[in-house]
Design a protein around this ligand. Structure first.
Ligand SMILES: NC(=O)c1ccc[n+]([C@@H]2O[C@H](COP(=O)([O-])OP(=O)(O)OC[C@H]3O[C@@H](n4cnc5c(N)ncnc54)[C@H](OP(=O)(O)O)[C@@H]3O)[C@@H](O)[C@H]2O)c1
Length: 266
């Protein structure tokens, strides 16, 4: 029998980071529309206040109680203080860390810009990992809760034109796996999501072909289902899981040749 997160007894309280973005906004709208019986209390984080308010408006129209917070995750200490404050005031049942930024080496450059590598390290790894650790400890004390970390299928491959993006998402994946094992016995679930291409502002910025491009709403529904069933790892669409195994099984020199032939898409 599948174990699910307990949520039918009370109004759930859910934090979503990256809620001003394509996937985070779709997650917010999904929960606002689906948790109608008990209602849902959403805390929506992002930087762009206008886009946050637009998402909040849609969620309120669907019946959700919504608060918004405009905050730059480069300020990790500020994010941790805000998280602790919100959770102490009204504990979260589910935390979805969906913020993130992409980067691709500029055409003609040997490596990615160093400042961008540092910035991606903070926004894609340090901030979500620190927030996940902080909320996991609080949830473990309560004996229940769910955490979702949004990684990327890029983590499966040593992409020479996006080393920082692939590297930060690979680090986040390993962190999520370890955290999941560590907190499972305390009633806390940790779900890692590794999507392929999603039709969002960030997704559209990636140059070149985007095979099996997914609608953000469809991805949000799959993520919600994975969180509900306390799934460890969701890879979508499934062919990206096959590519992951091919990458693992190819002999090293052949894998390197294939990856080094990849140039930054124009
Ligand atoms: N789109 C894809 O093809 C794809 C594929 C695989 C994985 N992903 C992952 O999915 C997640 C959502 O991406 P998306 O496609 O929805 O991108 P998006 O539309 O660009 O949204 C990104 C979100 O992250 C927030 N964010 C970025 N930097 C931030 C910072 N320094 N402080 C606070 N918030 C920050 C943005 O806030 P503001 O806009 O308000 O600045 C926005 O809400 C990311 O983790 C991304 O890596 C996306």
């Amino acid at each position: 029998m599948t174990e699910t997160l307990p949520h039918n007894r009370k109004t759930r309280r859910i934090l979503i980071t990256g809620a001003s973005g394509g996937l985070g906004g779709a997650l917010a709208r999904h929960y606002a529309r689906s948790d109608t019986e008990t209602g849902v209390k959403l805390s929506l984080w992002g930087r762009d206040r206008a886009r946050l308010e637009a998402v909040a408006h849609d969620c309120r129209t669907a019946g959700a109680q919504v608060s918004v917070r405009s905050l730059d995750l480069a300020d990790v200490d500020g994010a941790l203080a805000a998280l602790a404050g919100e959770d102490a005031a009204d504990p979260f049942d589910l935390v979805l860390l969906a913020s993130g930024r992409g980067d691709v080496r500029a055409s003609g450059d040997l490596v990615e810009d160093a400042a961008m590598v540092a910035a991606l390290g903070t926004v894609n790894f340090t901030a979500p990992a620190a927030m996940a650790a902080a909320i996991a400890a609080r949830m473990a004390e309560r004996g229940s809760g769910g955490i979702v970390l949004v990684g990327s299928a890029a983590a499966f491959h040593a992409l020479p034109f996006a080393a920082a993006y692939a590297g930060t998402k690979a680090g986040l994946a390993r962190f999520a796996d370890a955290l999941r094992i560590g907190v499972a016995r305390h009633g806390v679930s940790v779900t890692l999501v590794s999507p392929g291409f999603i039709d969002t502002a960030a997704g559209r910025k990636v140059p070149g072909p985007k095979p099996m491009l997914m609608a953000p709403g469809a991805v949000a529904a799959r993520i919600a289902q994975a969180a509900e069933t306390r799934r460890a790892h969701l890879v979508l669409p499934w062919p990206f899981a096959v590519l992951r195994w091919i990458d693992r099984l190819l002999p090293g020199p052949l894998r390197d040749r294939v990856l080094s032939s990849l140039t930054p898409p124009e």
